[in-house]
Design a protein around this ligand. Structure first.
Ligand code: PMP
Length: 420
């Protein structure tokens, strides 16, 4: 049994019923015809339930129009739905209201928005930006490059041998020179759940801001940005049953208010002359040009879908599957699993099988219809630190079952036997 009704949930995802494969004989060339799909690559992107697909098709079939500027009825309908989607997302993460929610393309764009709009003007040679060694490239590369342009110093909070942040080191690194702390909430490689509220306290003790990368946390557990006291928080729709092309940046209202726009153009202005321009209210000041309207509306449908399941239950399901996968993978000799123990992690497990390259492993696993990810998961410096070039990663979501993890284990056994 599970904390959620997995069978009912699976029925909402037609893609899970599809078969994969073709007419192949050689190992590593893909599955045979008519192999069921076991999708364990949810940290990369999740699937989309009927309810969300319907929200997209309802929009295009029923009220497709540009937002904000039209007086005609279709534009009004689209505007209301698009704007209310911001309220839904605000509610989902405990923000005060739509003025604190900027829709972006994804988490990466949200990081860049803050780095450019806030970092370029606020950072200088006397400042430091504190990241962690487990940051995703979305945060690491962005702050690294903005620091180069502004002369700011970048510091990295150490990750210890068990995959946890060294909080003593964090307390040393975050000092009065620190202007920004940017940390991942749940690591997409280690599965570590970081103590972001404690890091926010450390940052605020030194008048620094904190940006929390919620790409793996918002989809998998209850989030309350006010309780964690994040100044910024970002996540992507496509990792939580929503479409691609839409994500959200949360920012405290006063901070967003104080920032200059990131992109200029239509929709974000109030009054323009040949000499001057003034800006629209939040959040529209940061949403220049025609936004991703259908995606924004469908993002809210995805939030509704997740809330219907209940985020506490989603988290319980994730933890159950992570622990099961961790335990089963631990049965192998010669399997390295990265990050904290099975009973203290988010719903993903990255690992290597001795003597088998992660890419080979992933393609043999694919022969079984099992979809996992192989590579550096956009954490190259962390992989360097671990002394590995790549790892395989299985990641779980609301529709996954223990039986699918058993399939993974059979497939890994097969790969090990083939290469051993
Ligand atoms: N941060 C983390 C922790 C992630 O897992 C991801 C997605 N792999 C991102 C940021 C970037 O998300 P996106 O590609 O949707 O911008």
């Amino acid at each position: 049994s599970y904390p959620i009704d997995v069978e009912a949930i699976r029925a909402d995802f037609p893609i899970l019923d599809r078969l994969v494969g073709g007419d192949v004989e050689t190992p590593g060339q893909g599955p045979d015809d008519d192999t069921p799909l076991y999708y364990l690559d949810n940290a990369a992107t999740s699937h989309t339930p009927e309810q969300v697909v319907e929200a997209i098709s309802d929009y295009y079939r029923g009220y497709n129009a540009n937002v904000h500027r039209g007086i005609h009825q279709l534009s009004q309908e689209a505007s209301v739905a698009y704007e209310e989607a911001h309220d839904t997302v605000a509610d989902f993460i405990g923000a005060a209201g739509r003025e604190e929610i900027v829709f972006t393309k994804n988490t990466t764009e949200a990081e860049n928005l803050v780095a450019y709009a806030w970092g370029l003007t606020e950072l200088g040679p006397d400042d430091s930006v504190v990241l962690s060694e487990m940051e995703h490239h979305a945060s690491l590369v962005t702050w690294q490059q903005i620091a180069k342009r502004t002369g700011a110093e970048v510091r990295y909070i150490r990750v210890d041998d068990d995959g946890y942040l060294d909080m003593d080191h964090a307390a040393e690194l975050i000092d009065d020179s620190t202007a920004m702390v940017s940390v991942v909430h749940v690591s997409n490689t280690l599965g570590t759940v970081n103590p972001v509220a404690d890091l926010a306290d450390l940052a605020h003790d030194h008048d620094a801001l904190i940006f929390v990368d919620g790409a793996q946390s918002a989809p998998t557990r209850p989030v309350d940005v006010e309780a964690m006291d994040a100044d910024f928080f970002a996540f992507s729709g496509h990792k939580m049953c929503g479409p691609t092309g839409i994500g959200a940046l949360y920012g405290k209202e006063a901070i967003l208010e104080s920032m200059q726009p990131y992109l200029y153009g239509g929709d974000m202005i109030r009054r323009v002359t040949y000499e001057e321009s003034t800006w629209e209210d939040l959040p529209w000041k940061f949403e220049a040009g025609t936004p991703s309207i259908a995606q924004g509306i469908a993002f809210a449908a995805a939030v509704d879908y997740m809330e219907e399941i209940g985020m506490d239950a989603v988290q319980a399901h994730e933890e159950l599957l992570a622990e099961y996968a961790y335990d089963r993978l631990s049965e192998f000799d010669g399997v390295d699993i990265y990050g904290p123990p099975g009973d203290d992690r988010g719903g993903l497990v990255a690992f290597n099988v001795e003597g088998v390259h992660a890419h080979d492993l992933s393609s043999i696993v694919n022969d079984h219809g099992v979809a996992i990810r192989a590579g550096d998961h956009c954490t190259q410096p962390l992989h360097d630190k671990l002394g590995i070039a790549a790892s395989a990663r299985a990641s779980f979501y609301v529709y996954n079952t223990r039986e699918e993890i058993d399939e993974l284990i059979d497939a890994v056994t097969d790969a090990r036997d083939l290469f051993a």
